[in-house]
Design a protein around this ligand. Structure first.
Ligand code: ADP
Length: 619
């Protein structure tokens, strides 16, 4: 073929050479199997009839026409007015247009307006050369698609343009692949740049080839300042050697992923931050490491928190250990205390059982004592009565004799009878006292309450005592309180009390001294006072003198006689009246014995109640 051959012819030759056309060589005849060839499908096609039939490819026209018809690229021919006059079947499929649509169609309408403008701008027609460009075409339904377009001008012998041949390849698939790739690249770039973690890319030598925005922000370096620098320069000094070794071993291992490691980096401001590093090795087609993609997650705060949590845990463990030790100590102490308590309890139980035994013994003794007491009281009652009966007859006969009622007696007999009568009197007095004590103790003392004036009481008592005072020249001065209202009392018993106090006062008074008796009303009580100027009573005996048989002077050297029963009986009687009796004294200067009586005494109610009177033996 000559150089004037149309471009399409040259391209078809090329197709043949590349083997893309299926050629059958049978019996020395070059045949091409034309599939679905149909005279009717395009203007200017070789009329080959329907079905498959052998075509003589020895004829170059037939050959190229066959190629033309079977080409997998669209081939179009235009006339000098740029209207379509020929095309192959593939062109119809690609352009989505039928024969009637294409025949004499201005080629311009196959392109979107802006693409046609571009083609026009390149002025292919004028330049008259084969032109190759990527553009877009439009189908009948308006759908646009990407194409690779080769345009060749057809000229006559004198160089006039008589038409053009266009060869159109559908590149929409590769274009959309390209776009998808671009989009994915862009997405990746965005992810890389905008990711909230730090990204850097390293060369296999450890030089930084890229960092993302977060890296720049956290580490404080602008991108241009770090590119080309060694990553190790940003690692905290003490970890640098370890980081280099780890990096080298990762490169040597050729493992795409490696275990995440923690590294401490130093930011531009000198701050130390801990990152969790994950490396991803990228290899070239020869398996050599091309780059290392690294993500760095800032775990500084988490690490600090972990550290403080660990410290806190240690502290807590310490506290727990201390508390446990304390508790153990306390436990030991409690155990010891429990043992001690148990011992005390046992001792207490023992003591209690001893006490119980003692109590039982005491109760038994008390019971026996009460029995003895009863026996004693009974004995005293019986004995006193039995003693008083013969004493009464002794007294009676002695008095009859003393008063010479049965005949004259000599002076000596009279003196003797006087002594007998005095001692009978003393004995009777003693027996009466014992009987009184016995009655008081047993609660059988009888009282006869009656209205009595204080004045009567005093007169009677003083008259009884007066005979004892004469030879001693002791004066009794009674403060006669006539204004007092009568008391409801047992007159005889209260006179007995007063006589007892006056007897003691006379007994313990020095010669020629005065005994004062005073009375006064205190609320609903009358106070009686008997004051002497005698030797007094020691302070520690002021209470004891009211006990049965108690005497200040004890033993054989006592000078004053007496039985120690008088005050005991006095207290029993006063108590029975609802009063109170007590003593005051200035030893060496005198004593005051006082008692009170309610104006209306309680003896009606109380006289039968048993009064506890202590019976003690002081001799
Ligand atoms: P007694 O028969 O011994 O007088 P009392 O019961 O009347 O018995 O008195 C008990 C004791 O109280 C007396 O023995 C005496 O020691 C003492 N006493 C009583 N009154 C006086 C007093 N006025 N002065 C000094 N001592 C007194």
């Amino acid at each position: 073929m000559s150089s004037e051959e149309p471009e399409i012819v040259r391209e078809l030759r090329e197709e043949e050479r590349s083997g893309r056309l299926r050629v059958h060589d049978e019996g020395g005849v070059d045949d091409v199997v034309v599939e679905d060839a149909d005279e009717s499908w395009s203007v200017g096609c070789v009329p080959t009839g329907g079905g498959k039939k052998p075509v003589n490819l020895g004829d170059p026209v037939v050959l190229y026409q066959t190629i033309f018809e079977n080409s997998a690229v669209a081939i179009t021919l235009t006339d000098e007015n740029e209207r379509l006059i020929r095309w192959n079947p593939y062109a119809e499929r690609l352009l989505g247009r039928g024969r009637d649509d294409l025949w004499m169609l201005p080629v311009k309408s196959l392109y979107p307006a802006e693409e046609w403008a571009k083609i026009r701008f390149q002025n292919v027609r004028q330049r008259g050369i084969t032109h190759h460009l990527e553009t877009r075409m439009v189908r009948k339904n308006g759908e646009c698609f990407d194409v690779d377009l080769s345009l060749s001008m057809l000229k006559d012998q004198v160089g006039n343009v008589i038409g053009s041949i266009g060869i159109v390849k559908d590149i929409s698939a590769s274009k959309s692949l390209e776009k998808a790739l671009r989009r994915s690249e862009e997405t990746f770039k965005q992810l890389y740049e905008k990711a909230p973690v730090l990204y850097h890319t390293l060369s296999p030598r450890g030089e930084i080839t890229n960092i993302n925005e977060q890296w720049s922000r956290v580490m404080g370096y602008p991108k241009e300042e770090v590119l080309g620098k060694y990553i190790f320069d940003f690692i905290e000094f003490s970890e640098r050697d370890a980081a280099v070794r780890s990096f080298e071993s990762k490169i040597a291992s050729k493992q795409q992923f490696s275990q995440p490691t923690e590294r401490m980096y130093k930011t531009r401001s000198g701050e130390e931050r801990i990152f969790l590093i994950r490396d991803f090795l990228v290899f070239d087609e020869n398996d050599a490491v091309l780059s290392i993609q690294t993500t760095m997650v800032d775990v500084t705060e988490r690490k600090m928190m972990e550290k403080s949590l660990l410290e806190r845990r240690d502290e807590l463990e310490q506290v727990v250990a201390e508390r446990t030790a304390e508790l153990l100590q306390k436990n030991v102490r409690l155990h010891e205390e429990a043992v001690e308590h148990e011992q005390i309890e046992t001792a207490l139980e023992l003591t209690l059982s001893h006490l119980k035994e003692s109590q039982d013994k005491i109760q038994e003794q008390n019971r026996q004592l009460r029995k003895l007491d009863e026996l004693k009281t009974n004995f005293l009652n019986v004995a006193s009565h039995e003693l008083r009966t013969p004493l009464a007859s002794i007294k009676g006969f002695a008095q009859i004799m003393h008063e010479r009622m049965i005949g004259e007696i000599s002076d000596e007999q009279e003196r003797g009878l006087t002594v007998v009568l005095r001692n009978v009197e003393r004995l009777d007095r003693l027996i009466q006292d014992i009987l009184d004590i016995s009655r008081l103790e047993s609660g059988t003392m009888q009282y006869k309450p009656e209205p009595v004036t204080v004045s009567d009481l005093l007169t009677e008592a003083v008259n009884i005592v007066k005979p004892l005072t004469g030879h001693r020249k002791v004066t009794i001065h009674a403060d006669d309180c006539h204004t007092l209202q009568p008391l409801i009392i047992d007159k005889g018993r209260i006179v007995q009390v007063l006589v007892n106090l006056l007897n003691n006062a006379v007994k313990f008074s020095p010669n020629q001294s005065t005994i004062s008796v005073r009375t006064r009303l205190q609320g609903d009580q009358v106070l009686f006072e008997v004051e002497d100027q005698g030797r007094g009573i020691p302070a520690d005996n002021l209470e004891k003198i009211f006990e049965t048989f108690f005497q200040v002077d004890q033993g054989l050297d006592r000078k004053f006689g007496g039985t120690g029963l008088g005050l005991s009986i006095a207290r029993g009687i006063v108590d029975a009246h609802g009063g109170r009796i007590w003593a005051e004294s200035t030893p060496g200067a005198g004593s005051i014995l006082r008692f009170t009586l309610p104006v209306i005494s309680q003896i009606e109610q109380s006289h039968s109640q048993q009064k506890e009177i202590k019976i003690t033996s002081h001799r």
